[in-house]
Design a binder for this molecule. Sequence first.
Ligand SMILES: [Zn+2]
Length: 256
Amino acid sequence: MFFGPHYLQLFGDALRGVYDLVFHYRLTAADLQLLERHFPYYSNLNPRHQGEFRRKLEMVLTRKKFISRGGLKQVSTEMKVLIGATIVQVTFGFWKVFLSHFKKILIYPDTYYSTISKSYHRGEVNPRFGIIVLSWPCFVEGMADHRDGVNLGIHEIAHALKLENRIQYNRESNFFHPSVWSDFMTHSLREKELIRSGRDDFFRERGAVDADEFFAVVIENFFERPVEFKAKKEELYQIMVQLLRQDPITLGSGRT
Ligand SMILES: [Zn+2]
């Protein structure tokens, strides 16, 4: 039993610890300026939460590999910091969740053509290859209006979060509380029907496609329009607070 899964896990953790120490990313003054200027989720946190956010962001930037694709000359610091910050935002309620299965972030200079779906894509998540793919202009467009409930980065990272919760072989699985998840699924069926019938347009049509899309669209609204979300659909909003273990309304009042 010496080489059983438990020991392999311990060995893996030890290697991870050494790697994180040697290659630890340190945020620079320029990185912090980027966060302050372009990432309202961070700038609205209280100082204690900002400290936690920065520590988690350094861990994310240490662990993720950012790769340019489709003729993108290079991955800029701005790309790394803002995409990394979006991962921290969505996972902020879980100190130990880094979306470890998704080691690579592929960045395109524009929408990109998928030979599988034979269409142009803005972003996607591929669990088979452990990658998150983003078109940089589409990512920026999603961030430009941070209150319209549409944000490509949050959307794709929400897909990754839902998948990570189900992936069994690393320590990040099953972080969603099962009964809260089942409450979410009950609401999801009802809400998708409301979107399809046109009786309620709070969530955009994309949310009616399937359970994955609904989850991603709900999370976009949770972060970008939390006050409206809570006012319109309080029960579902509270389920999301419990599911993600954070409340953007109270977190966002840190400086006001
Ligand atoms: Zn989607």
